[in-house]
Ligand binder design. Sequence first.
Ligand code: NAD
Length: 473
Amino acid sequence: MYNPATGQVQAQVPLASAAEVDAAVQAAREAARTWRLVPLGRRAEIMFRFRAQLDARRDELARIVTREHGKVHSDALGEIARGLENVDYACGIPNLLKGGYSEGASTGVDVYSIQQPLGVVAGITPFNFPAMVPLWMMCNALACGNAFILKPSEKDPSASLFLAGLLKEAGLPDGVLTVLHGDKEAVDALLAHPGVAAISFVGSTPVARSIYEAGTKNGKRVQALGGAKNHMIVLPDADIGMAADAAVSAGYGSAGERCMAISVVVAVGGVGDRLVEAIQARIPAVKVGPGDVAGNEMGPLISGEHRDRVAGYVAGAEAEGATLLVDGRDHGIEGDGYFLKPSLIDHAAPGMKCYDDEIFGPVLSVTRVDTYEEALKLVNDNEYGNGTAIFTRDGGAARQFQFDCEVGMVGINVPIPVPVAYYSFGGWKASLFGDTHMYGPEGVKFYTRSKVVTSRWPDPATSTVNLGFPTNG
Ligand code: NAD
């Protein structure tokens, strides 16, 4: 495991074998049996204590994230703040698990619903949010009464261990949460294990698709969130300065390694020249460097291999017919860190690799169209449907876009519309396999099974044989 700002090895990660996965699942099954008996109020209490600990130790966790992921300290604090929202949400678990009750659904008959945990559930998380994405999953999974096995990215797993330590201190019994380090072998073993009831996955689309297929084939409940190519539409009436600020922030923040990053700006109706000029003017001011140096705004990429892949898209843009306006490859930062500076590509279009692929780096492409309809078509023809944004002063146009676009999360003058924790997060099309979004109400639904009970307490003296189908008499 490397420090991306220096390129130096900083730790070794053991990778679990199939036998070790089996041992972890057996232990989790054992723990799940007693954990589901723990009263709701007590589970909430543990979440409240966890919240207080995490709040107090944000800075320490942010430093761990920066050291292994590379993102700048302020950005790491941002992901922790968004992760904390999920702890807040899970603190309300007694309320969230309240069922319904219908007195007198039939004569002397009451009907009620209850939500029960699944047992052992597993989460597989990506490198780009080593604290927030595990929190998306584990808070609700645990609060609902499940045992949770977390398989974090092998590129930056220490944040998961830190969170597990805090939960232990908060009173979570041993075995209820397991952090299991591993790669494909461990994931395959979790997918095949009959003791795992459900899998939550966040990562790239090819892996998300294969996990969804293998998991559901094995009878598991699966939610698998994949990659993205998020378009930001700028209508002619938009404030150009505000749109340029948003494009630079959402395109280059976290070195573009966010699944909700803006990667394509769609300039509508002649706004292109002014917008590109405004974006280009802002780029030299973006401070790139090691994430632990105060004032830096963008850190390195996760690995040398990934940096080279991203640089390849920049190198190939002109040959594909686009215009490379800002080339971030020549960064001038000393040392062996995996740095790139922001790149800006103009006149990108479908059919070019720099437009079609998820680059997942600090590369912003601009494409120009004449009408709203053409912009909408670009969004809806794209294979991904994670996030999108529209910049305009026209409320009617924005409302039309929110109705028309085939995307799971929409921003209106908001470039990174990650829903707050009491809504749910998820894309459409190749950005999500399964039908349940992550966290919030859909998270609670995913981690529980509902049961409906029909009960009556008649006087036995009135009992008769009746072979008819029960009706609402
Ligand atoms: P990744 O798909 O390479 O890895 C994700 C997880 O899967 C890791 O834990 C990894 O160990 C495991 N894994 C990797 N290859 C595997 C395989 N062949 N079989 C089984 N498991 C495997 O993704 P990444 O590079 O860590 O993260 C970046 C990707 O995640 C981007 O595509 C990004 O858009 C996506 N992402 C999506 C969301 C979302 O909410 N939709 C959020 C964050 C990241």
